[in-house]
Design a protein around this ligand. Sequence first.
Ligand code: SF4
Length: 159
Amino acid sequence: MGLIENRFEKNVLVTTVDSVLNWARTSSMWPLTFGLACCAIEMMATGSAHYDLDRFGIIFRATPRQADIIIIAGTVTKKMVPPILKVYNQMPDPKWVVAMGSCATTGGPFKTYSVVQGIDKYLPVDVYVPGCQPRPQTLIASLVHLQDKIKAEHTIAKK
Ligand code: SF4
């Protein structure tokens, strides 16, 4: 017992500001949901108790001012671009964008004049979630991938 107590007293914790910032950011990712079509149903299912996103520190927010991620889930029509940009601009920095499903990624099966052929024409997408429709497991895997991406970011070091 005495050996364990002495072991921790002699250790020093060394880390970087970037590591602490990224740890905090990845431990409390709050996505603003922007459900536009069928993909939104899968996104809602991902937030259910069965999949339990809370265990990753991911909690959906209904206001852009408290969100750091926006999930574009579904078919983006050109008419919906202004409201998407409006809420995106209301989000504080740093912020990240997830394009969920083939519609948000490439326009999906809708090769028409009224559908945006990929939300990355308007927003800087960080993660693309493949599939039509993507299952909740796919969205979870994409969010975990985004966590890994954030962990590799250098906020202080690049300055
Ligand atoms: S990708 Fe498929 S499931 Fe998702 S919004 Fe488009 S048509 Fe619907």
